[in-house]
Every structure is written in structure tokens, then in C-alpha cells.
Design a binder for this molecule. Sequence first.
Ligand code: OGA
Ligand code: MN
Length: 293
Amino acid sequence: MGDPATKSDPPFEVVPTGAAVGAEIRGLDVRTLDDATFLALRQEWLTHKVLLFRGQSMSDDDLVAFSKRFGPLDLAPASATDNVGSQEKSRPDIWIISNVVEDGKPIGALGSDEAEWHTDMSYVDQPPMASVLYSLEIPPSGGDTSFANMVTALDALPDDLRAKIEGRIANHDSSYTSVGELRAGAEPVTDVTKAPGARHPIIRTHPESGEKALYLGRRSNGWIVDMDRAENEALLDALWAHCADPRFSWTHQWRKGDLLIWDNRSLNHKREAFDPKSRRVMHRCQIKGDTPA
Ligand code: OGA
Ligand code: MN
């Protein structure tokens, strides 16, 4: 019965969240994975789209080494806090997400406000396929991160809405971060039809699983190419309202030492606000290699 004797079960436990996405992986120190374990893990990641590992203990080198097993790393994105504080001293492949201010300068990006639903860096032609986020300091409450499954959201999209986006391309604005700050060097957007960024199909096919997913980037300054501005706003509002339905999502409450890896090709995520007086420090790597199509 079961597997042939030559094939042993992977040395970890998979505990699905029970929501539309996500699973916790138990029993692993991600610093010490052999190749067979990593391959089994990668398969679980494709299935569940976001994996959680609790109780990890990782240096930046460990985070980079784990992330690189999935593929070459991308550089951290531009943010409003570029070239200030210790961000400029950090490694180019690690993005610091933090509200902490030292010597009057933020040490990282995104502050303590809510970060709107988005997928990472879709405003470039080749966005990161995955993001890996590790928590070093976590506030006593708030700052939860939610993930929404854009495959099930597309499956459940009403026919009339689907007909309006079939075959369409959207522009993904590059000017603002997910907390609405203007990125260093960007100009305010006054006309979405002229926003800078990248263009991708709204319905895309996952290159590994073959699943079709909605690929919307983020709401602010989104534009369905060649669409009239009023019609664009109404259609994007309807699509985003649909995607925000809690039946598509799972919310993660962070503890220090949590590591998440998620698939930017099939998920959106958002972060809720937290008390600006508390400290939250996260380090992120981003894995290259997506060409939305
Ligand atoms: C990210 C992001 C969410 C968070 O890492 O891409 O959006 O929880 N951060 O800070
Ligand atoms: Mn993000």
C-alpha cells in the first residue's frame, strides 16, 4: 500500500488554513533543507500559493539563501523612503518594511498605514514571481496581512464582468506605493490614461499550474487600456469590490520569526494599519521571473 519503498514522505507537515489560500508548514528549519525536501515544498507552494513557517530564526544571509532556491532575486522596489535612514545601507536585494524611525529617518518603507490590495511590482514588465517576507519585530496588535486567491476570484466572476475584461490589457501605475505614497522620483498622476508603469493582460495564465487568474495590480490609477475614463473607474471599482469578498482570502496574524512566501502571479495581498507608536520590522526578498501572459 502507498508509496514505493524508495520514496519517503517529506519530513514536514502541511496544515491548510481552511480558507481560500494558504498552508502552514510545520517541522522545518528552512535554513537546512535538502533538495528533495525543497522540491516537495515548492510543490506545496504551487498548490497553496502562500506558505507560512513559524518560529524561524534567520539572518539576512539566510533569508537570501532560502529565497534564491526559488530563483534569482530581484532588486528591492523604489519607495518613498529611498536613500534615507538605514535603508540606503541595507542590501539591494532586501527590502525593509518598517515604521521605525531612527535619528529622524525611517529605516524602511510603508510606515504604519493600511496598504491597499495589490500584487508586488506589477508596474514593471517582469515583476517578481514571488515575495518572501520575514518578521523581526511585530506590534502587539494590527498589521495583519491578507492574501486573496485571484484564481477563485476569476472563477466566481459574474459573466457580464468577465465579458468586459476578456482579452483586455491594463496599465499598472508605478507612481505610488501600496500605502499611497509617491515613490522617490515619481510625478503625481493626474490622468490615469497617461500614468507610467507596465501593461499586462487582465486575465493571465499561471505559467506553472496553467490556472487562469485575475491580474489587476492595484486599484489606484489603474487603467484598462483604450477604455473611456468613466467606464474604466466603474469597471475597476466593480472588479475590486468582487475581489475583496472574504471568501477568496486568508488573513495572517504575525508573530516574530514568521516567514511567508507567496505567489504574486495568482494572489493579491494587503496589510492592515497598526499603532504608529509600536514597532514593526520586516525583511523581504523578491524572486525574479514573471512575464504575465
Ligand atoms: C509586501 C507587503 C505587507 C506587510 O511585503 O509586499 O505588501 O505585511 N507587505 O507589511
Ligand atoms: Mn506587497
